[in-house]
Design a protein around this ligand. Sequence first.
Ligand code: PHE
Ligand code: FE
Length: 277
Amino acid sequence: MPADDWTIAQNWAGYSAQDHATWDHLFNRQARLLPGRVAPEFLDGLDFLRLAKPGIPDFAALSERLMQRTGWQVVAVPGLVPDAVFFDHLANRRFVAGNFIRRPDQLDYLQEPDVFHDVFGHVPLLANPVFADYMQAYGRGGQRAGGLGVMDRLARLYWYTVEFGLIKGADGLKLYGAGIVSSRSESLFALDDPSPNRIGFDLRRVMRTCYRIDDFQQTYFVIDSFETLLDATLNTDFGPIYDELALTDDLATDAVLPDDTVYTLGTQAWARAKQVS
Ligand code: PHE
Ligand code: FE
């Protein structure tokens, strides 16, 4: 693989005992918390990929398992990569993962995605054929959209699905977004807290909605199933939607519209308590 795709060697042998212990701590904490709260497809992925094996996963072995199921691979990068590089990897069924792990004093929060967020958060659902296709379609969509000046719209779709999505389950809402499932506090907040809105997924609605990168979300969007998410995106030409949205105002992070399917009308108490007056 050429290095201009930003990939590096994972250098698995370079992890310290502390690095592996950090992974194990985070893994065990989430593995205890998530059953019953997360989409069953996520737990199935953890199981199929044998992620419960102690220590930071070796991307080569992980990719081999993943490849058998859905044809995806996990490749290492030093951190965030440019949009075009990211889209190119996704379009070719390669998920880019940071190879470093957070320090022991960053267990609950860090700014850049590390190997725990990227692998524990994102990779289990890549073992699901439908979600795997969604991620590839997203990459292709990004390639098409490059240069159209619509990256913020496309980024919102990723944010509110891949990172912070909720899904309807047989017995209530479940988590599936990687940013939620890799965070202990947000795994609780996103599902149980009365503060955020929980609103039915609608493509245009999501692409208009601003998001927060500094705190828990004020709104989570709920998909009916991975099939409906794939269908609503893959079989829709985004060209006319980009044109339409160029003429439409953005929506605030806590907006609720008359047409929304509201699962929870949030109190927004969490966000208000943090406002500096
Ligand atoms: N169908 C979208 C387009 O026309 C691409 C896309 C598919 C985007 C799936 C996101 C998810 O560009
Ligand atoms: Fe992520």
